[in-house]
Structures are given as C-alpha cells and as structure tokens.
Write a protein that binds this ligand. Sequence first.
Ligand code: 3H9
Length: 703
Amino acid sequence: MQITDKVSLKVEGAIGYVVVDNPPVNALGQAVREGIAGGIRAADADAAVQAVVIVAKGRTFPAGADITEFGKPPMPPSLPEVCQVVEDCSKPVIAALHGTALGGGLEIALSAHYRIADAAAKIGLPEINLGLLPGASGTQRMPRITRAAPALDMMLSGKPVGVVKAAEMGVIDEISTGDLTANATAYATRLLAESAARRPTSERREGFDDMAAYDAVIAARRAALAKSAKGQLSPFKIVDCVEAAAKIPFADGMVMERAAFMECLTSDQSKGMIHAFFAERQTAKIPEAATAKPRAMDKLAVIGGGTMGAGIAVAVLDAGLPVVMIERDQESLDRGRANVEKVYARNLAKGRIDATQMAAVLERFSGSTDYASLADVDLVIEAVFEEMEVKKGVFAQLDAAMKPGAILATNTSYLNIDELAATISRPQDVVGLHFFSPANIMKLLEIVVPAQVSDDVVVTGFALAKLLRKIPVRAGVCDGFIGNRLLAVYRRAADYMMEDGASPYEIDAALRDFGYPMGPYQVSDLAGGDIGFATRKRKAPIRDPNERYVEIADRICERGWFGQKTARGYYLYENGARVGTEDPEVLAIIDDERRRVGINATSFSVEEIQNRYLAAMVNEGCNVLAEGIALRPLDIDVTLLYGYGFPRWRGGPMKWADMVGLDVILARIETYAKEDAHFWQAAPLLKQLVAEGRNFDDLNKGK
Ligand code: 3H9
C-alpha cells in the first residue's frame, strides 16, 4: 500500500514493513514524515500485523531531516511528532538500519522499540555540524539508553560510530550480516515468539542509574566547551538538553529541546553552517563537467620531495594509488622518501596502522632521479621550488618524457600558469593543482584552470580531488588564485591596523574572538616569516609606489626572528613553547616604525579590527568574482573555510557579508577610504549589488 509517494506499507504474514524510498539519502522531507506516520498508523490498525519493521531502500536509512526544508514554513507532521507516533505504536516496532542513519533518521530509530543494523552501518547525530542540535528527541531519548557521556560524545563531536560501538552503547540490539530485511524479519519473528514487550525509549531510565556520574559529566563538558566552543550556540544547548533529560519529565524535555532547536535554527550560526554544507557540495559542479569525462589516472608522479611534494605523495598513497617521486639527485630523493616514510612511521607509532599495512602502502611508492621513469605515468604534479624559471625547466623535461595525453599539473601557489603552459608543446594538458600544507591533511584543493587547458583535464583534476577525499574549488589564473589573493589583501589590512595603533596581539585576539583558531600573526609565526620576507624583497622593485607599505615585518625578519622555528617572531617562544607570549621588544619595534613614518597611534576596538579585516576580504572577493577567478561566491567561502581557518559557523566571508548586509559593508569601506583611498577602493561589483538590492546568495543561485 502506497502511503505517500515516498513511503509504502507492505504486509507479509505478521509483519508490516514501512518502506522509505526517497533517494539519494532518504532525507526526512514532508512526504517521508507523513508516510512514516501514516504507515505506522495503518500497520497499527491492521489486525494481521503483529510487529512493524521500518526499513529504507537505496543506499541508506534516512540520513536526517531534509535540510533544504529548513527556513521554510513548517509542514506537518513535525519530526518529533512522527517519532512519537513510532513509539506509541501498540505493536513492537523494529528499525532496520543500513548506510548512515544520521540525525532525524537515528531519532526515528531511537523511537522504535528495537533496532537491528547492518554490520557496515554507521549511526550518528551530526546536527552540531549544522549549528543545530538533535531536535526530534535525540537529546532526550539517547541519554536514557546510553548515559550522559556516550550521548554527549556523539552529539558534540557530530561523528558517526560503527555498529559494534553502537551496540556497546546499547543503541543497537542486533547486528545483521547479509540480507538486512530478511534478518530484520527473523528478529521480529523471534521477538514475537518470545512475546517481547514494546520498549518505549521515553520510559527507559537505565541511562540515569548513576546521577552523580551523570552530573559530573555534564559539568565537565560545560567547562570544556567554555574553552573550545566560545561564541557558539548549539554545543551549550546540547549539554543543557541532555542535562534536562535526566531531571524533568520526558514531555517537558521535548518542549525544551524544541525551543532550543528553533533558537539554533533561526541563528546566523546555523545559517552559516548550512550554507557551508551545501557550498562544499556545490564546488564540484563546474561548467566543464557538462560535456567532458576524466582521463585515466592509474599511475601518478610527484616532482620534488620537499614538504609539499612528500605531502602530496602521501595523499596519493592514502587514496590507494601508486606514486613515483622524482628528485634531482639521490640525496634529495632519499630525503623525499624519508619525508614520506616519516608520516607512516608516525601513524604506526600512534597505532593507526600496523607494520604490514605500512609496508603495503610503501610498496606503491617508488623514487627516481630520471625523468624517463615517467613514461607510463598518467598525471604528474610538480612541487618544486616556487620560482618561474625553475618550474619552466622542470616542465621542459616533463614535456620530453611524458606520454601523449598525460596531465602535467603544477602545485604553484601564485605563479602565472598560462605563462608556464605556453613554454611547452602541450599547453592543453597543463593545469594547476594547488594543495595546502600539510597536503595529506588539508582538505582544500584549488584547481586552477589556465586559458588553454582542455575540459577533460579540468574534470580529471576534480576526479582526483574526489579520489583524494579533498574539497575541490575551481579557480582562474591570477596572482594567488582565490585564497592567497584574498589573503594578501586582508593581511595588508591587518598590517595597516598594526602600524596605525593596534598591537599584533590585539589583532590576533580580535580574530580569535571572531572564531579563527589563530590570528594572522600567530599563523605567520607558525609558518615562518622567512619565505614571505624573501618574496617581499624579490617583489620590491615592482611594488606600486602609491601603495602603502608597512615595514614592521621586515624589521622583525631582519633580526632573524622568523617565528616558532627561531623561538621568536611576533611572539616569544621560550624553552620550545608552542604558544607564544607577547614580546615588549616587538612592541618597541612597532613604536619606532610608527615614529619613523609619522603615525600617531590610535586604538582599535575588537569590532573595528574584525570589521576592517573582513571588509578587505569581502571586497577582494568581489574583485575575484568580477574577474571570473572564482565561479560563485560560495567557491570563495569554501576556499576560506577549508584553507584559511575561517570559522565554519560564520559560513565563509561572502555568506557572512550577506548576513551583515552588503550595504553595511560598502558603507564601512567608504568610511575607511577617507583615510586611505588607494587601498580601500570599493569593488565595482559590491557597489552594483548594493545598487540593485542583490546579494551573494543571489549570485550563487544564478540570479
Ligand atoms: C536533522 O536531522 C535535524 C533533526 O535532528 C531535527 C529536525 C526537527 N537533506 O553528501 P552527499 C544531499 S539535521 C537534504 O554528496 P555522500 C546532498 O546535498 C540533518 N539533502 O553524499 C547531495 O545533494 P546533491 C542531520 C541532503 O554519500 C546528496 O544528498 N543529518 C541531506 O557523500 C548526496 O549527498 C546530516 O547532517 C539532507 N539531510 O554522503 C547528514 N543529506 O547531489 C547530512 C545529503 O544535489 N548528510 N543531502 O549535491 C551527510 O552527511 C551526507 O550527505 C551523507 C552521504 C553521509 C548522508
């Protein structure tokens, strides 16, 4: 019997099967909610049915509420109501889970009386990743079964767990290997034969058996969050609701959970995180994919065994592919190999892999000092010194050595790839693959599309990103592509504030307060000031004389203070400390510089620091869009979120700007322009959007 177009009820013998069918992830949209509630009620009313199994078609049990419905007018029945219908069924209800039973999907399962899961299934409550909390009884039902700590681990980490762990938690009663529906039927039949009673989770209390321990867990989590989740809403609400589960009646707990869920749902934080969720899936949607298909990618190579080259090699090995590393001499190759082996040795020491696995991975790694070893390679990623002439030399050798149709990628972070491609005989095969350090860990991959490249090379870059489990962003050729180009501008905004009166410590603190894990000067100390220093010296002759240039960084670097590695940079790192302390000598250097250029220091509030830094970022984002360097504002958001530490709960700079209001951002830039009209030039696109009453979200939607 079809209940709605997404849910059917099938009765076979004594069992009624409520079957959900809403690809791709069986999200709990209105028709699914109505269907599950209707299916349960119909099964309840059918005298032939003695037990009900909820099961889903396709790749997964429902993976949660339908996120696309959030923000739209509510459409009954609500998910908490559906959960109650499931629990209130007068016949035992068994949820049969497979795939990823997440969020609202798990909440439905928790409302059933018994749960069986496929051995490969995962369960989780990832709402926190969307700035939300489990809002369909998860905060109330889960701790009743598991106690406080396992419930909070799941809700606060947002990470799913496998079935063995889920069974240990008491959430899964049976693990199924083989045909899930057949096993669920056998399980239901057994329960009926044993006259097993319904087991309403809302009435269970075994999770509250030790209230002193429960209270202690709540207090400890609250204290930890005060440090780790400062400024965020949903983590604290989760703890409040889990605490209440043990203290107030279930119905009151549900009212509290609903109110907390709605407060989170209407917050900018959840809007930002929901935007991030969809944005990171949108970036792979590129024009080239409409017609082109990826080329073969069976064997890869990297040129260079330094930090980047070795990191890329590890990323490729981790994806299960063979990789050849090319270095200029045996000594460098040995160093490169050691860099790769170091990563696996650490994994081994930490128990992440065993010796056999390590040996198997390294089996796929080979090294050579001869470009002839590249003859059968499909895709090479060059990661040599960041200098055009060096790269041109490497590309000439690649051109000579590689088979026709092989892809020649460069990991440059700002050089002109059009110029590089034009020096070889096959510019159509040249693409930019800009990894971020450490390349085996960082999720972002900027795929830089030069003018002459073929579409199938671009889509191969995206296919590689998927294989390496990276988030790809399509970028055009310019100095710094999307990320580093924006970084150069907002870092200048920070340096101007520093020279005008804010200390680097105040600037860092203001940006941590905004949600960054570290401020820009802490990042600079971590990365090392020497490379930037060398680049500034190299670029000095071509610097625009009208541009305001702050010399503070040069004064610091001239003293050999390059950050953590020299125990001194903007901060002092005494006795190998990783967290720096403020350095009065740096403040004195800054004062001297202010005096030298005739600046009277003014003070900047936390808000003012944040506003200027972000305005510079958003404004340059507009220029990058107008030039077609980024396809959509969401591509900029994803770049900054995954490569530059932008707080996810702010959605990315462009989403943040939409929420503040583009007119407000423009007005701020026009005010700053009164001090420095050269730097603070409002982007034409920003002006145009404000004049037309549009925003970045409109651009994302192609409006
Ligand atoms: C919640 O449940 C709140 C409740 O507690 C309370 C409510 C009152 N909705 O990721 P994929 C789309 S909050 C709508 O590429 P995978 C996704 O956009 C929810 N759409 O596949 C994509 O669309 P497209 C808690 C969704 O195999 C397509 O499905 N749950 C949803 O790599 C395929 O997705 C979550 O937060 C959704 N819930 O990964 C789970 N989920 O093809 C969120 C996915 O047009 N989802 N889509 O780009 C996930 O984590 C992953 O999608 C999943 C599959 C692991 C399930």
